[in-house]
Design a protein around this ligand. Structure first.
Ligand SMILES: O=C(O)CCC(=O)C(=O)O
Ligand SMILES: [Mn+2]
Length: 211
């Protein structure tokens, strides 16, 4: 309920940073807790695993996916696959997560992958482009839960100036349009900045149209 006594939530307007649309505090605390409960179901069916980069190093984030496709990486490269490493299909993307895509993505297609990244307190993600998808007119929508993460946005080629901002629990970011192929990454997590998850850490969800 809000102050006027109804159930409608007044959502913040986005701020644009280098073409990425940042909706700070898009999700209420109750919505974040409900999302986390949905994710527990996904993780029970498709447990987190530690991907290996094509150069053979383990990534510091652990991950899994929901949807028709899951993102995967090993010695053979980055790609989308139709099964979890255990051999089961990825579980469906929870409706609550699809609702966020519908509200902010600005496109009619539905996401085919929800990549779930778990960042322990010492994890990071190097600067990269999301380019394993077939159609770059479709945005990537990112949802943050748990501890704050320092997000860095660069350019469409490696190097050059960058801009950083903290992504906090409940923030949503739309990486699309002319900015779809901008480099981005997570420099670090600020431990113990959010009480949402009892053991701390950060979860980031990215919704992607793959085909
Ligand atoms: O954790 C984040 O905020 C970004 C994650 C990301 O860029 C990715 O999974 O490709
Ligand atoms: Mn990315």
């Amino acid at each position: 309920m809000n102050e006027s006594g109804d159930n409608s939530v007044i959502r913040p307007a986005p701020v644009e940073i280098r073409g990425f649309r940042h909706y700070a505090a898009w999700l209420t605390r109750d919505e974040q807790a409900a999302l986390l409960a949905d994710l527990r179901g996904v993780l029970a069916a498709a447990p987190l695993f530690s991907p290996i980069t094509p150069s053979g190093k383990p990534m510091s984030v652990r991950m899994t996916s929901a949807g028709r496709f899951g993102w995967y990486s090993d010695r053979r490269g980055y790609r989308y696959v139709e099964q979890h490493p255990s051999g089961v299909d990825w579980p469906p993307i929870p409706d609550r997560i699809l609702g966020i895509w519908t509200a902010v993505s600005g496109v009619v297609r539905a996401p085919e992958c929800c990549l779930i990244n778990y960042y322990p307190p010492d994890a990071k993600m190097g600067m990269h482009q999301d380019r394993d998808e077939a159609d770059f007119t479709q945005p990537v929508v990112s949802i943050s839960l748990g501890d704050d993460g320092l997000f860095r946005i660069g350019n469409e080629t490696r190097g050059g100036s960058t801009q950083s901002l903290w992504l906090r629990s409940g923030d949503v970011m739309v990486m699309g349009g002319a900015a779809r192929l901008r480099y981005h990454g997570i420099d670090r997590i600020a431990p113990d900045t959010c009480a949402l998850m009892p053991k701390g850490g950060r979860i980031n969800l990215t919704l992607r149209v793959v085909t």
